[in-house]
Design a protein around this ligand. Sequence first.
Ligand code: ATP
Ligand code: MG
Length: 249
Amino acid sequence: MSMLLEVNGVTVTFDGFRAINNLSINFAPAELRAIIGPNGAGKTTFMDIVTGKTRPDKGEVIWGERNISLLGMSESEIAKEGIGRKFQKPTVFEDQTVRQNLAMALKNPRGPFAVLMHKKTAANGARIEKIAEDIGLSDSLTRVAGELSHGQKQWLEIGMLLAQEPRLMLVDEPAAGMTAEEREKTTDILREAAKTRAVVVVEHDMEFVRRLDCKVTVLHEGAVLAEGRLDHVTADPTVIDVYLGRGHA
Ligand SMILES: Nc1ncnc2c1ncn2[C@@H]1O[C@H](COP(=O)(O)OP(=O)(O)OP(=O)(O)O)[C@@H](O)[C@H]1O
Ligand SMILES: [Mg+2]
């Protein structure tokens, strides 16, 4: 199968410190992947590289059917290619309603040909309702986002990302600060989203990763230490040594 994203031999150095060390990692078009690893392993830096925020010293980052290099591209060009990212802290517009937040995030054709405004508005309404359903906020469309719980704000932010219709969604520590019930709901949302796009989730919560029920990549010192099913990687002595032995099991 042809890969959606290929990272080959990437190295990133900050003031002489190798945060990413000859990293190679690939993702298929519709796959759910969890990335785990100790603090400082390079998980967030990996996302910074893919989204164009951090430039590698060497290596390749190859995207899509046309095998284009993301390395010369700006963050906004990469976003337009269909790579979306969710940061840890929700950045929803607190004084707008859930519906308004989703409406602002919708990807719409621009320019002189987008003239059938009322038709477009009806289609947008249907899309907003579908996304609200996917993120479990159908009953909250008219609520002001500032009144939502922390978990609901995170879901709204995932919904705003879905509205952009990314082909690859990068999600950094979505479960942080969530209740057990909210975590369960979040795994459902991400699993559903990964049926039609690639979704890459960085998370420390092993119960959360278990519920994602997907291939897991363990990063350590900026490179892949182990990869496979969760039971496989958590039984690996080197993974236990560098990560699980430190209280994440
Ligand atoms: N802009 C930067 N300048 C200098 N060092 C950095 C920078 N960004 C990251 N680092 C360093 O690179 C290493 C990897 O950091 P990164 O944030 O990618 O780790 P992580 O795996 O996301 O960790 P965590 O689980 O704590 O979020 C760390 O040692 C960090 O201090
Ligand atoms: Mg991080």
